[in-house]
Design a protein around this ligand. Structure first.
Ligand SMILES: *Cc1c(COP(=O)(O)O)cnc(C)c1O
Length: 386
């Protein structure tokens, strides 16, 4: 089976991890800081706070932004559940804004409409979490303008999008947001096994995230409430968690970063090649906005259902049977039983629903060969003609 995604581990990665295993610090050591520095340099941002997952990063980012009971957080229905769960962890409620039919990112006109009516009935969100679906940035400049007009904070879920660019800025530079989160799960662009990072240019948000990932504890003399200078002294200032990344993970991430631009280049050229080979297929191909460089985390095609006899589900099953490891990203979050039990229904998001009925994520990973890619295309051809 050709998987839809696969990590790439080389000898440098293995050596970097072994060096940490032989060193004095498996966690809370210098490599975590080196990885964070490398991320900040790459993204052109003041602070990078590593965490044990993007899910943890989204959680503490919401807390740092002051999300709590009585608040509402909005995100996209086409995302992994973590983008919405983070608000519920904080005791807040969540709501969704339907997607754009071309980019599958949050729709700006629908966001504006929903903000206008929320402003009338006093239900404006505290935070909006745009998700950079497949590795293409949302229209962040518009979201930033809306955030000023309606008074909400912006937390980017860029789990798909490390290495991507928007209007010339690296995603993660937080030019148009308060905080940006990346995931380093093995299916993502670079990996630390499990892991994530939150980037920000805001010093107090960075301090808050740093404390929250480590029990709410600080030793920083500037943050201490008492003036005790004793070497054993630390203070717990908030109710935090143990969400730290280990040095073992950071070593893998730092080593992988050396190949980040290469990976994004390989993903883009494979993706361009798919575009060419599929040009006359009954498929809606990915649409990249002119001001975006996508990291191409996913290659999503949509079957033109009206032109086909086979359903998307039949095509999915046949592809798997033939050895093509397709996936579907994502089942709309409002369709999940947990969310329907909260009263959500996918019918409220027609574009997300239509997308879900037709989408297929085809295999795409940096080490994919043209032979593998030709096999995917030939299999699609056979099935779509049937
Ligand atoms: C992978 C992913 C997450 C969660 O990342 P973890 O590091 O696995 O916690 C969150 N949001 C999106 C959009 C993702 O793709």
């Amino acid at each position: 089976m050709i998987p839809y995604g696969r990590q790439d581990i080389n000898q440098d990665d293995i050596d970097a991890v072994i060096d940490v295993l032989r060193s004095d610090f498996l966690t809370q050591g210098p490599v975590v800081q080196e990885f964070e520095r490398a991320l900040s340099d790459y993204c052109g941002v003041s602070h990078s706070l590593s965490l044990n997952s993007a899910t943890s990063a989204l959680h503490v980012a919401c807390l740092a932004l002051g999300v709590g009971p009585g608040d509402t957080v909005w995100t996209s229905p086409i995302t992994f559940v973590a983008s919405a769960n983070c608000a519920l962890y904080c005791g807040a409620s969540v709501d969704f804004v339907d997607i754009d039919d071309k980019t599958y990112n949050i729709s700006i006109p629908k966001l504006r409409n929903k903000l206008e009516s929320a402003s009338l009935d006093g239900t404006l969100p505290k935070v909006v979490i745009p998700v950079h679906m497949t590795g293409q940035s949302c229209d962040m400049e518009s979201i930033h303008e809306l955030s000023k007009e309606f008074g909400f904070r912006v937390l980017e879920d860029a789990s798909h999008a490390i290495g991507a660019r928007y209007k010339g800025h690296p995603v993660g530079s937080c030019q148009y947001s308060d905080i940006c989160v990346f995931s380093f799960h093995p299916v993502k662009i670079i990996t630390t096994g499990e892991g994530g990072v939150a980037t920000t240019n805001n010093d107090s948000l960075a301090k808050a995230i740093e404390r929250l990932r480590s029990h709410g504890i600080t030793r920083d003399p500037k943050q201490l409430q008492s003036s005790k200078g004793d070497p054993w002294w630390y203070e717990q200032l908030d109710l935090g968690y143990n969400y730290r990344m280990t040095d073992i993970q950071a070593a893998l991430g730092r080593s992988q970063m050396a190949r980040l631009d290469k990976y994004v280049g390989q993903r883009n050229s494979l993706s361009d090649r798919y575009d060419e080979l599929f040009s006359d297929f009954p498929l809606i191909l990915p649409h990249t906005m002119p001001d975006c460089v996508s990291s191409k985390h996913l290659y999503v095609v949509r079957v033109k259902r009206e032109q086909l006899t086979a359903s998307r589900d039949e095509i999915f099953h046949s592809l798997r049977r033939e050895g093509v490891g397709v996936q579907i990203h994502y089942i709309p979050v409002p369709m999940q039983p947990y969310y329907t039990s909260l009263g959500f229904s996918v019918e409220a998001y027609p574009s997300a629903n239509e997308y879900y009925q037709s989408a297929l994520s085809l295999p795409l990973f940096p080490t994919m060969t043209h032979v593998e890619q030709n096999f995917v295309v030939a299999t699609m051809k056979k099935l779509l003609q049937a």
